[in-house]
Design a protein around this ligand. Structure first.
Ligand SMILES: Nc1ncnc2c1ncn2[C@@H]1O[C@H](COP(=O)(O)OP(=O)(O)OP(=O)(O)O)[C@@H](O)[C@H]1O
Ligand SMILES: O=P(O)(O)OC[C@H]1O[C@H](OP(=O)(O)OP(=O)(O)O)[C@H](O)[C@@H]1O
Ligand SMILES: O=C(O)c1cccnc1
Ligand SMILES: [Mg+2]
Length: 487
């Protein structure tokens, strides 16, 4: 996806320190040592109770195209250290020239609902390659998951209403706008105003008109009539340029003219004032005039909280146009996804598990070749278990709350489950048929429907149980104890 926007290799879309470490691995003969890294986050965005994984499509595109170009190598050759000498020696640049992506990648499908500490992506391969990919993988997953989550929160409030993404003008640059449009659609929006996103990703495009259209005529009525004549099959009129109620009356007049010519007034849009009061009044006027199927679009700095408030006020809004607060993820502009080394293969060919210590328990990473198992009963999803593939769970699996080891739950053999991570690349070759953007969008709703309402609350949501499989919990505890003893 991003490759389509830039006429350059994106293989240097990484932090310099990844390359300095790569150089170090190469110099010390560790470049090919096999390692496992997990990509996960520690806390849901927006103080919410769930997160929607998004961005795998971009990750796959990025990895498939991964190769340093001659221009990339020339640039790296030009970098110097504090003594003015080249940072990287020729042999390393030659190694990079011949580098082809050879890792195994597992990932949760786009649109999967995920929770703190669960790997969204696991990568296994030569440590040098895994290391170089840390930054681009986080860049591609963090923002898209953030926006998809924000969109999904809005969808939960909107219920059956239509959601239009209007954010391009406020987005963080062209790529921010494009990725936000895609992620918003996956998260549950119905359409975007972003025409390039429509063209490249197949998202439906929709739109109304701006105040400038009305202002460019001598009267609002003339502006509406001219617009309706120009494209009678796509008429949504912005009624608030001068006086919203008068605007609705003008729109009704144009609606009658359209009907006489065999067309229907699609909608009116309110973009200022008290959206609850105005939408209720507009609905009355439209209904009384026989325009029951004309929709009322609202826009103006909306977010999920304002939407919820407007709904409780009885607003008669059927279509929500949302820009700034969605595409900038206004109240939390970044998802804190991280990428941590979880295991490394020692020369004897066995895995050595790795863990990052921290004074804060939530920041201690989890070792292992991790998979996530999601258990469900007739009512929906009940709990997730993070387990280690090298020590698979017994038939009756027990999960332990990583922050309170006294809290445990067991799942018998009859409990249904799904393992979330699926193979995406094997030795650098794509082995996954990426679902379409429409399927990813459907997956979000199918998944969300199976979670308890409390998890989906906007404020003070219920914490969905995610535990470590008992053997993994014990392994982690022992590793922490032995690392602390070494200090
Ligand atoms: N009934 C309502 N309850 C809560 N918030 C509302 C309601 N109606 C509108 N809002 C929100 O209140 C804010 C009003 O914005 P603002 O104070 O800029 O006024 P405005 O209506 O945009 O005025 P202007 O005429 O200058 O465009 C917007 O974010 C809007 O979505
Ligand atoms: O409010 P957002 O959620 O970002 O949605 C997009 C906004 O963009 C347009 O106007 P713009 O903000 O450019 O001008 P205005 O505020 O003067 O209407 C539109 O009328 C919406 O209000
Ligand atoms: O089509 C619209 O109404 C629209 C598009 C972008 C931004 N604001 C509104
Ligand atoms: Mg505005």
């Amino acid at each position: 996806m991003i490759n389509q926007l830039y006429d350059t290799s994106l293989s240097l879309l990484t932090d310099l320190y990844q390359l300095t470490m790569a150089y170090g691995y190469w110099k010390s003969g560790k470049a090919e040592q096999e390692a496992v890294f997990n990509l996960y986050f520690r806390k849901h965005p927006f103080q919410g109770g769930f997160t929607v994984a998004c961005g795998l499509s971009s990750v796959m595109e990025y990895l498939e195209a991964y190769a340093l170009s001659e221009a990339d190598l020339r640039y790296l050759r030009s970098l110097t250290g504090s003594d003015g000498q080249p940072l990287f020696e020729e042999g390393f640049l030659e190694y990079l020239r011949n580098l082809t992506f050879r890792c195994d990648v597992e990932a949760v499908p786009e649109g999967t609902v995920v929770f703190p500490n669960e790997p969204l992506l696991r990568i296994k391969g030569p440590i040098l390659q895994c290391q170089l990919l840390e930054t681009p993988l986080l860049n591609l997953i963090n923002f898209q998951s953030l926006v998809a989550t924000k969109a999904a929160r809005m969808r939960l409030i909107a219920k059956e209403d239509s959601l239009l993404e209007f954010g391009l003008r406020r987005a963080q640059g062209p790529d921010g706008g494009m990725t936000a449009s895609r992620a918003a659609y996956i998260g549950g929006f119905d359409a975007t105003s972003n025409v390039l996103a429509g063209k490249l990703y197949g998202i439906p495009v929709k739109g109304t008109h701006a105040h400038s259209w009305v202002m460019s005529f001598d009267s609002e009525l003339e502006a509406f009539e001219t617009y309706a004549r120009a494209m009678p099959n796509n008429v949504t009129l912005l009624v608030d340029t001068y006086d919203s109620i008068q605007g609705v009356k003008h729109a009704i007049e144009v609606g009658r003219q359209l009907r006489a010519r065999g067309y229907e007034l699609g909608g009116i849009r309110l973009d200022s004032g008290d959206l609850a009061y105005l939408s209720i009044e507009a609905r009355k006027l439209l209904d009384q005039a026989g325009f029951q199927s004309t929709s009322i679009v609202a826009s103006n700095d909306l977010d999920e909280y304002l939407m919820a408030s407007l709904k409780t006020q009885g607003a008669r809004i059927g279509v929500w146009g949302i820009g700034t607060k969605l595409v900038t993820a206004f109240d939390q502009p970044a998802l804190g996804g991280v990428y941590k080394l979880a295991a490394i293969k020692n020369p004897e060919g066995t895995w050595e598990y790795k863990l990052k210590l921290s004074e804060q328990a939530v920041k201690v990473s989890t070792p292992g070749i991790q998979q996530v198992r999601r258990f469900r009963d007739e009512g929906g999803f009940v709990a997730d278990m993070i387990y280690d593939l090298e020590t698979p769970p017994p038939a009756e699996a027990t999960i332990v709350d990583p922050y309170d080891f006294t809290r445990r739950r067991s799942f018998g053999t009859s409990v249904a489950y799904e393992d979330l991570l699926v193979p995406v690349f094997r030795a650098g070759q794509k082995v996954y048929q990426l679902p379409s953007i429409h399927e990813a969008r459907r997956r979000v709703q199918e998944q969300l429907a199976l979670f308890h309402g409390g998890v989906k609350r906007l404020v003070n949501p219920h914490t969905y149980p995610v535990g470590l499989e008992k053997q993994l919990f014990e392994l982690k505890t022992n590793l922490i104890l032995s690392l602390r003893a070494q200090k």
